[in-house]
Design a protein around this ligand. Structure first.
Ligand SMILES: Cc1cc2nc3c(=O)[nH]c(=O)nc-3n(C[C@H](O)[C@H](O)[C@H](O)COP(=O)(O)O)c2cc1C
Length: 254
């Protein structure tokens, strides 16, 4: 086994500094923002009346019937359905905390740090032009990142030739802004971020199942290509703003 593999194993031990005296929070640094700021972009508000969107409410059926789907119908999702999936995976239910305000969402997160960002590469969603969007959890909206006619080909290439991903109705991509978690948890942060990501994708599987859609989690991708599609290469090495792709999932109608 390679030394690199053995070194990476250390991530799985809980020996790291948790709220140690050296964490930036303990040192009095200001809390980082809840969401990655992208500058002035065109914003799209998402429907909040999600009545009627769920077609299966049977929890047992949703959990036991869950499986990864890589083949989808050509039918588009409607905007309400995309709104529902974003809400179920990262939606902010309320703000809490006194000294440090935190967002409470439909998924748990260590210390409510919520160090993940959601991007959607839209191919087939009614009322939404194809392109890449960034989810704004505090206002439940989207901001447009880019429109690229080569989107499907580039996505498939960045995600190890997985054409079902690039060609799905909506490709979800989750990035991490590590400093949001490191601010409190120091060297434990990276492990906690990855644990958080699992909760988010599981909610996507179950929520998609409840509206007749299928999902496939995606862990195979080329880091630089995936980051470049989101314009994240320029954040490399920036202590507080660095952001990178950590996980993804395809969604389509079954
Ligand atoms: C962290 C993670 C990464 C995965 N990455 C991929 C991937 O890159 N491509 C793929 O086709 N499936 C991927 N999968 C899906 C698994 O192959 C799938 O969950 C597994 O075969 C079990 O099948 P099931 O989900 O239908 O129960 C991934 C699943 C997880 C949880």
């Amino acid at each position: 086994m390679s030394q690199e593999t053995m070194k990476n194993r250390t991530l799985l031990y809980a020996y790291g500094e948790t709220r140690g005296p050296q964490s930036d929070q303990a040192l009095g640094y200001p809390q980082p923002p809840f969401t990655a700021k992208k500058g002035e972009r065109e914003k799209i508000s998402l429907p909040t009346d999600l009545q009627g969107v769920i077609t299966c409410n049977d929890f047992y059926q949703l959990v036991t019937g869950r499986k990864s789907s890589r083949l989808y119908e050509e039918d588009p999702l409607c905007l309400k359905e995309l709104s529902y999936l974003l809400w179920m995976t990262q939606g902010v239910k309320e703000m809490a905390g006194v000294a440090h305000r935190v967002t409470l969402r439909n998924v748990p997160s260590a210390g409510a740090r919520h160090a993940l960002e959601t991007y959607v590469f839209v191919n087939r969603v009614e009322e939404l032009e194809a392109g890449c969007y960034h989810y704004l959890p505090e206002e439940h909206g989207l901001e447009r990142i880019s429109q690229d006619p080569q989107q499907i080909a580039k996505l498939s290439a960045a995600y190890c030739g997985q054409t079902f991903f690039g060609g799905s109705a909506v490709a979800f991509v989750w990035t991490a802004v590590p400093y949001r978690m490191e601010w409190r948890y120091g060297t434990m942060a990276e492990k906690l971020i990855l644990l958080d990501a699992g909760h988010v994708c599981q909610n996507l599987y179950l929520a998609a199942g409840s509206i007749g859609c299928g999902v496939c989690a995606i862990g195979a991708y080329e880091q630089d290509k995936a980051d470049e599609l989101l314009g994240l290469l320029e954040t490399r090495g920036q202590e507080r703003e660095e952001e990178m792709v950590v996980y993804a999932a395809s969604v389509g109608r079954k």
